[in-house]
Write a protein that binds this ligand. Structure first.
Ligand code: AQP
Length: 335
């Protein structure tokens, strides 16, 4: 993890809802590919999850389940740190400092806040509003160079860059200014029933998403019911968002080009394409689900991995925090 010749990658997912193929294609797939070339830290961001109401016992189980799903998708704890955010208190400490460098106007422009405030009208809490500041702290505390995320996180990442630059200008060079890594295909997987909206892991309507742990028959049913458009041609056409979304999912999982896919399905029916897409998803998720089940059998092994991840992460995070506290003018902890 501490190879000084390698750049640092940081990314995370909040433990809400059901990890879905949107999260996999937008984020986790890229994480897996970066493990050899970079020092990688992958978070389960449980502090963020509290911005919407959670059932405590479910949240606890879901955190462990997400760790196992990361690993089942190919995140290797021998090569990457897997860390639960609340195990590293420095995130929240840096969050406070960065709050004082972030403007209300900037946060008011965040489209995710507007979306989520709309969905949770009776719980528009301050945490939902300042969520991007904590995300900036998650990234900057590890001096991350690269942040692989889906398209929906682009605006938050830009804010993290601005806050890092602002701190560096005000107090002298301290933070690495991170770059985003947004995949060319799969950055924006859309909802199956409402393809004008992104697929979201905590969508109340489960027919909108394919979860990584969905059994085969559920996947087949969801894809069969997915909205397509009038017309019958199987082409990558942005004007037809339903079939366009399904084709993009097919392309991201199969790694085939759009030309190859169009040639394969020329003259075929939507129903034939959907059947092949279901098969592809089922076959792709089969080994992931098998590995997940094995990992969940041995929770104490997961706990051991998390302890080791947290210890290293705390060490790295404290290095940055000590520097930050000194720069802003806090009295050093007496020795
Ligand atoms: N539909 C998507 N297409 C591509 N990438 C996506 N991501 C999320 N949805 C899609 C990426 O997955 C990571 C998860 O981020 P998060 O859990 O911090 O929050 P989110 O972006 O709000 O994800 P969800 O799925 O919509 O979660 P809920 O519904 O629980 O709020 C990020 O890298 C994101 O870009």
């Amino acid at each position: 993890m501490n190879d000084k010749t390698k750049k640092t990658v940081l990314s995370g997912i909040q433990p809400s809802g059901h990890l879905c193929i949107g999260n996999y294609l937008g984020a986790i797939k890229n994480w897996v590919a970066l493990q050899d070339s970079h020092n990688c830290i992958f978070l389960v961001v449980d502090l963020h999850a509290l911005t919407v109401k959670q059932v405590p016992s479910e949240l606890r189980n879901r955190c462990l389940s997400f760790v196992a799903q990361y690993m089942a998708c190919g995140i290797d704890p021998e090569r990457s740190l897997i860390v639960i955010q609340s195990h590293v208190p420095q995130h929240a400490e840096l969050n406070w400092i960065l709050n004082t460098l972030t403007y209300m106007g900037e946060l008011s422009r965040m489209t995710q806040f507007k979306d989520k405030a709309g969905k949770h009208e009776n719980n528009i809490n301050a945490g939902l509003f300042t969520y991007p500041v904590l995300m900036a702290a998650d990234i900057l505390i590890y001096q991350a160079d690269l942040v692989p995320v889906g398209h929906d996180q682009k605006q938050h990442l830009e804010l993290a860059r601005n806050v890092a630059q602002r701190f560096n200008t005000r107090y002298s060079e301290t933070f690495v200014v991170p770059d985003g890594l947004i995949p060319k295909v799969g950055a924006r997987v859309m909802s199956l029933q409402a393809p004008e909206r992104k697929m979201s892991k905590s969508d109340e309507n489960l027919n909108n998403l394919v979860a990584l742990l969905d059994p085969p028959e559920v996947i087949v049913r969801k894809i069969k019911r997915a909205v397509t458009d009038s017309g019958s041609e199987i082409r990558f056409d942005e004007e037809r968002p339903g079939i366009y979304n399904l084709l993009n999912i097919y392309a991201s999982i199969s790694n085939l080009s759009s030309d190859e896919i169009e040639a394969r399905f020329a003259g075929k029916l939507y129903s034939e394409f959907k059947a092949e897409l279901s098969d592809l998803l089922v076959e792709f998720l089969k080994p992931v689900q098998k590995r997940y089940a094995e990992l969940m059998q041995d929770k104490s092994h997961l706990q051991t991995l998390l302890k080791s991840g947290a210890d290293t992460a705390r060490y790295l995070a404290q290095k940055t925090l000590t520097k930050v506290y000194r720069k802003v003018g806090f009295v050093p902890y007496p020795r």
